[in-house]
Structures are given as structure tokens and as C-alpha cells.
Design a protein around this ligand. Sequence first.
Ligand code: FES
Length: 151
Amino acid sequence: MSIYQLTVNKKKHRVDVDSDTPLLWVIRDVIGYTGTKFGCGMGLCGACTVLLNGSPVRSCSTPVSTLKATDKITTIEGLSEKATHPVQEAWVEAQVPQCGYCQSGQILAASALLASNPNPSDEDIDNAMAGNICRCGTYPRMRQAIHSAAK
Ligand code: FES
């Protein structure tokens, strides 16, 4: 076990874990933000997506030892300073979720897309969201919500 300093949702955390512990389990089991979900555990589905310095990463495949204390990690709980982020509002308006399991990862990926590309095309959206799988097939509603949030 080793001590790591992490900044998650603008709060500093000191955690004592094995160096190869995936960020996902540190976030969920040590720090307690359970909005980040475990899906495949192999970097393939995107359910565990968090933002690392504003970019989406697979927290299941990010060992805690690769992170610096100055890195800014954002989970769904810290996406907005207000109660909801515009992407979350668009998600509600478009009634995107079905089972909902993948949606925190989807919303974080969508928010990162809009931060770098405020007016994405359908192709931009499909490319940016391609790594986030939804077994319920909510892709058309997610695309609609992203366009709506872009307005
Ligand atoms: Fe991390 Fe599937 S749980 S990509």
C-alpha cells in the first residue's frame, strides 16, 4: 500500500491503496463517489468514464499510481457547480436514459465533447461517443440531447 494525493471534484483526497488499484475503485470504494460505474473492467465499454483534466478517461484502466496530485479528476457528482449541468438538463429533457447504467459515463463524455467543440456535427458526436456503449441503444436520444445542449 502507498499514499496517493488525488484531487477529485475539486477536493483533495489522501488515499492509501496498492499502486495498481484502478482509479475506478479508489473513486467508488475509498472516496465514495458511486456515480462512476463498473462495466467491463477492460477499457471497452465506457461506463467508468471520468474526466481527467477535462478529457474522458476509462477509470477502470487508469492505475492510481499514474495520477498526480495536481491532476483534476471529475466524476458525475462534480460535473456542475450548480445542481445540474446543461448536458444533464438536456438529457432529462430528451428522456435519454433507459436503464441508466452507462449514463454517467455518457454525460461526462458528452460534456467533454461540448467543451472542446461547442457545435458538433452528427459525425463529431458519433466519433466522440463511439467508445461509450449503451446496451439499451439510447444513441439517437443522446445525439439529440447533445445538439440541444449545444444551443
Ligand atoms: Fe471501464 Fe468498461 S468498465 S471501460
